[in-house]
Design a protein around this ligand. Structure first.
Ligand code: FPP
Ligand code: MG
Length: 301
């Protein structure tokens, strides 16, 4: 096999097709029924666009170890539901108090804080129900592992833990690098990693493959955050679809504030190279994963 070759791979089309598939599945997953207001609030954020990177990674990982896209689609939708709910709650006045997300008013700005909290809760619970009910042709032991892995990535050992340390670190521009790593390994990398690992578990990957994919995803998760921090400085609100320049204004510790822009770019590149190196045993089946890693480090939004 050997290192996947990405030169001839059309990532743009691959991502556009993946996004369309995931969005169609999300649309079908959540029809509006009584009480309409909560379903509308859930759909408002779930169908607000975005790169859909986590679900696409879940599908690509499943395929990299020989599984079909169909067995991973419900889990792919679930990780996007969880990601969306974390953003709804992150934007609340009690947290980051943001007005715009994905180029639209934030959920609480449209539906109020009360409904926004409930929309997040509804999406979180539905994500797990959706995996359990909608996944077909996968042995139950794999499904249980997926639910456990995802639950861990979301709770205090993952997203929630990262968010708490992030909130505690607000207004402290001099936090140590280990704390910054902790925040992002939990707040950002944990769900990206779970998306990839769960795709592989569904396909019945062996432990070595899962460990490699976990390292791949952990690395791109951190690279993703470093690039996010860089773009907060170098990009604009129009391009990002959310408020740019926020970190500086909030005197937030970021990778560029600790390392400077150039070193941050170098670290992101190194993490990406190490991530791609993990994919060698999967050969050409991992071309999409390799190309996504390159995309993350070179993205401009
Ligand atoms: C965005 O970070 C926020 C996150 C990646 C997740 C935050 C996690 C929570 C609010 C916990 C949610 C609760 C559960 C149960 C999962 P950011 O504020 O650095 O980035 P932004 O500029 O996109 O807002
Ligand atoms: Mg935020």
């Amino acid at each position: 096999m050997g290192k996947p070759t990405t030169e001839t791979f059309d990532l743009k089309t691959y991502l556009a097709e993946g996004k369309a598939k995931v969005e169609a599945a999300l649309d079908r997953a959540l029809p509006v029924v009584y009480p309409e207001r909560i379903y509308e609030a859930m759909r408002y954020s779930l169908l607000a666009g975005g790169k859909r990177l986590r679900p696409i990674l879940c599908l690509s990982s499943c395929q990299a170890v020989g599984g079909s896209e169909a067995i991973a689609l419900p889990t792919a939708c679930a990780v996007e539901m969880i990601h969306t709910m974390s953003l709804i709650h992150d934007d609340l006045p009690a947290m980051d108090d943001d007005d715009y997300r994905r180029g639209k008013l934030t959920n609480h700005k449209v539906y109020g804080d009360d409904v926004a909290i409930l929309a997040g809760d509804g999406l979180l619970a539905y994500a797990f129900e959706f995996i359990a009910v909608e996944t077909k042709d996968v042995p139950a032991d794999r499904l249980i592992r997926v639910v456990a892995r995802l639950g861990r990535a979301v709770g205090a050992a993952g997203l929630v833990g990262g968010q708490v340390v992030d909130l505690e670190s607000e207004g402290k521009p001099d936090i140590p690098l280990e704390t910054l790593h902790f925040i992002h390994n939990h707040k950002t990398a944990a769900l990206l990693e779970a998306s990839v690992v769960c795709g592989a578990i569904l396909a019945g990957a062996d432990e070595d493959a899962i460990a490699r994919l976990s390292r791949y995803a952990g690395n791109i998760g951190l690279a993703f955050q470093i690039i996010d921090d860089i773009l907060d400085i170098t990009s604009s609100s129009e391009v990002l679809g959310k408020t740019a320049g926020k970190d500086l204004k909030a005197q937030k510790a970021t990778y560029p504030s600790l390392w400077g822009l150039e070193e941050s770019k170098r670290q992101a590149r190194q993490l990406t190279d190490e991530a791609v190196a993990q994919l060698a045993p999967f050969g050409d089946r991992a071309v999409p994963l390799a190309a996504i890693a390159e995309f993350i480090v070179s993205r401009d939004r």
